[in-house]
Design a protein around this ligand. Structure first.
Ligand code: SF4
Length: 435
């Protein structure tokens, strides 16, 4: 939890950085106490995705507890993450942390020869004592003589929020990606997707005739895709803005599109990708039509249960805007408030165009003020972090954990109905409890 000064309220047009956004949405900025996970949470899904990587958090017991409680229930094999705990002597500057770190890493790599890439993940304590993990990573990589790639990124709560940890992690991979100089066009999908969703997308891109396709992160860090002037970048997650900027610096160009949530968003996402490769719209539609029709049928089951219900998003995962757009436009829900931890205009311009112009959109958080508004609104459903859900339930509000929306496969046509069902479930639970 971070306590910053009093709330600031500003408004601005969402005619976004020259992006030509037609919508004019007031953005209310707030600062104050906020409640969201730190970027360490990203390790939970990143370690499952990148199968030859290991994440070593240099942190405190709190960091270890966070990881264990967030990920512990999902571990079925030997985990590929750990915390090197900074003790009192380290924090007081009485021990040489670099020496300790070298010892821990050497032991770890000797015990786990399957590790191809080791991420040193910074935390609040390592940041406070100014432990230079970038330098440590270079030193350790040299000691490994090319056997293991060692990289560093920050998951600290001081400078990252929840899903931002994925962005800092992927940014650290960008300089490691080989260059692409053949000028040929290739599509790079950016942002972690469950393997099952990645496979579905691959089949649809193949059917559309996309000539070359890769995903970042890949399933193995040893198979990093190439990047260069021919790379067309398509984001699957809205929280990878820093990585997108680093890839653009290496010559890639970003395709602007809504995110592939729901039928509408997924259809627009595929069409934007196809258009970037000059694929005719009817060919794209032919490739995606069966999956889109299946998704429409699946979604219809839940539309009646969601239509007319009021929903508020508290700032947490950065998925709030695309999910709000899906629920309002495809499920008939009413948006009471959408809160986002930060508004990345470049990554969200096409989504903002699809929101109603009068939506209450807040950037940042002043927790008490936000809770006051929530209590006044009393929406049918509140999407929020784990820490707020129980107290709000006790006040009679129905909640949905935003973390579940990050962990579950929710992208694409085949998951559109499942996504809607995730919002129906807490409403049904509340109804049953009332009975
Ligand atoms: Fe807490 Fe900071 Fe560790 Fe995150 S990185 S668990 S906010 S101490």
């Amino acid at each position: 939890m971070t306590d910053v000064s009093a709330a600031v309220r500003t408004s601005e047009s969402a005619a976004l950085d020259g992006q030509g956004c037609a919508a004019s949405i007031e953005v209310h900025r707030e600062q104050g106490q906020r409640q969201a996970f730190c970027g360490l949470a990203g390790i939970v899904w990143l370690h499952r995705k990148i199968q030859d990587a290991f994440f070593l958090v240099i942190g405190s017991r709190t960091c270890a507890h966070l990881l264990q409680s967030a990920a512990g229930v999902m571990i079925f094999a030997e985990p590929r993450f750990a915390t090197a705990i900074l003790g009192d002597r380290d924090l007081a500057g009485l021990a040489d942390c670099n020496e300790e770190l070298d010892r821990v890493v050497t032991e770890l790599l000797a015990r786990r020869p399957d590790i191809g890439t080791l991420f040193l993940v910074g935390s609040c304590p390592s940041e406070v004592i100014k432990l230079d993990l970038e330098n440590a990573a270079q030193r350790l990589a040299r000691a490994q003589q090319g056997r293991v790639r060692v990289l560093a990124y920050s998951g600290s709560g001081l400078d990252t929020t929840f899903t931002q940890g994925e962005d800092t992690c992927l940014s650290a991979l960008v300089p490691e990606m080989p260059g692409r100089h053949d000028g040929a066009h290739a599509l790079l999908v950016l942002g972690t997707l469950p393997d099952v969703v990645e496979d579905q997308f691959r089949r649809l891109f193949d059917a559309m005739g996309i000539p070359s396709l890769a995903f970042l992160p890949p399933r193995r860090a040893s198979e990093l895709p190439a990047v260069g002037p021919g790379t067309r970048l398509l984001a699957a997650q809205p929280f990878v803005g820093e990585t997108a900027a680093a890839l653009v610096d290496r010559g890639a160009s970003l395709i602007e599109a809504p995110y592939p949530f729901g039928v509408e968003g997924t259809r627009a996402w595929f069409h934007a990708a196809g258009a970037a490769f000059d694929i005719p719209a009817d060919r794209i539609e032919e490739a995606i039509a069966p999956a889109a029709a299946r998704a429409e049928r699946g979604l219809a089951r839940y539309r009646d249960e969601l239509a007319g219900k009021r929903i508020s998003f508290l700032p947490d995962s950065q998925l709030e805007i695309p999910l709000g757009r899906f629920l309002q436009r495809e499920c008939g829900m009413e948006l009471t408030e959408i809160g986002v931890p930060y508004l990345d205009r470049r990554m969200l311009a096409p989504e903002l165009e699809l929101l109603p112009a009068d939506v209450r959109l807040t950037e940042g958080q002043d927790l008490e003020r936000q809770l006051d508004r929530l209590r006044a609104d009393r929406p049918d459903l509140t999407v929020c972090g784990l820490g707020l859900a129980n107290p709000l339930e006790a006040e009679g509000l129905t909640t949905k954990w935003s973390i579940e929306l990050v962990f579950s496969p929710v992208h694409g046509f085949d998951q559109a109905a499942d996504l809607a069902e995730l919002f129906v479930r807490p409403l049904n639970r509340r109804q049953r409890l009332a009975l």
